[in-house]
Write a protein that binds this ligand. Structure first.
Ligand SMILES: [Zn+2]
Length: 275
């Protein structure tokens, strides 16, 4: 038995797919899970193989799930019938399955996406091959190595006394109001990103920045770093390119907010509990 039985162990990579292993199967952006059993649980490899004749040469090692070797497979988008498998995008599993299972799915998707987008060297254009048991790809010509890339984003709940700042992003149907978020730039600290993003998106200055927690966000390869920050000066002026509407909200009159499975939902819940 390798590692904790309930979590994905990525300290060891499996070497060769076996019938009894686990398989996460994706068709394009959709994850396929068995109609039998719990949603989101991976397939037995032989079961998925019987349905889709998986190409084992293209198996992507994920780690060990419940002590068993686990792989990710990508099948052509038109090759699943929907009869034997439930198809849905990865986001639809968020909050419906436990965090450990969601993160395992997310890792599988991220690694498939990385492989798919790194078949050729970004430096010289030659084909790449897998090295280090699947941990990296290397160019056969110029030896450039590329490891899976994770893009850090900050996500921040800005407060002003008892009120919190929530915004509806531009370009979406106004499904809910969320905390502010943005990608880190090369050379920035997390705190600098928080200050810059808040300034760019809503035109105010913040301080007293405190780290909260983080969440892998495989859409396709971010990690969200959650922070609290306090208003220091300025009036809210939404940047129309990014924000449709932003306001200070009182806890007694909150708009629809993201689910607790997302770090934004957790930031909001934590703020409300602490008051
Ligand atoms: Zn190259």
């Amino acid at each position: 038995m390798i590692g904790d039985s309930t979590l994905l162990d990525i300290s060891v990579f499996p070497q060769r797919p076996e019938a009894d292993d686990w398989a996460f199967v994706f068709a394009g952006r959709n994850t396929l899970t068995s109609l039998r059993g719990q949603p989101g649980v991976p397939w037995r490899l032989e079961e998925a193989d019987a349905l889709w004749h998986l190409n084992k040469e293209l198996a992507v090692p994920i780690g060990y799930w419940e002590g068993k070797a686990t792989w990710a497979f990508s099948i052509p988008e038109d090759s699943h019938t929907g009869v034997e498998a439930l198809s849905g995008n990865l986001y639809s599993l968020l909050g419906r399955v436990d965090d450990a299972l969601f993160h395992a799915h997310g890792r599988a998707y991220q690694l498939l996406h990385w492989r798919d987008t790194h078949q050729y060297c970004g430096r010289c254009g030659s084909p790449t091959s897998i090295i280090e048991h699947g941990r990296a790809v290397a160019c056969g010509d110029c030896s450039t190595r590329v490891y899976p890339r994770i893009s850090p984003c900050v996500i921040v709940l800005v407060s002003k006394g008892d009120k919190l700042l929530l915004a509806a992003a531009a370009g979406y149907q106004k499904r809910f109001y969320s905390t502010l978020a943005g990608f880190m730039e090369p050379g920035e600290t997390c705190e600098q990103t928080v200050i810059r993003e808040v300034r760019e998106e809503v035109g105010i200055e913040v301080g007293n920045i405190r780290y909260f927690t983080s969440q892998p966000w495989p859409f396709p390869s971010q990690v969200m770093l959650g922070f609290f920050a306090e208003w220091q000066s300025g009036d809210i002026v939404p940047n129309p390119d990014e924000i449709e509407e932003a306001e200070w909200f009182d806890r007694s009159s909150l708009p629809p907010t993201p689910p607790n499975a997302s770090i934004s939902g957790q930031l909001i819940a934590h703020f409300l509990q602490a008051r």
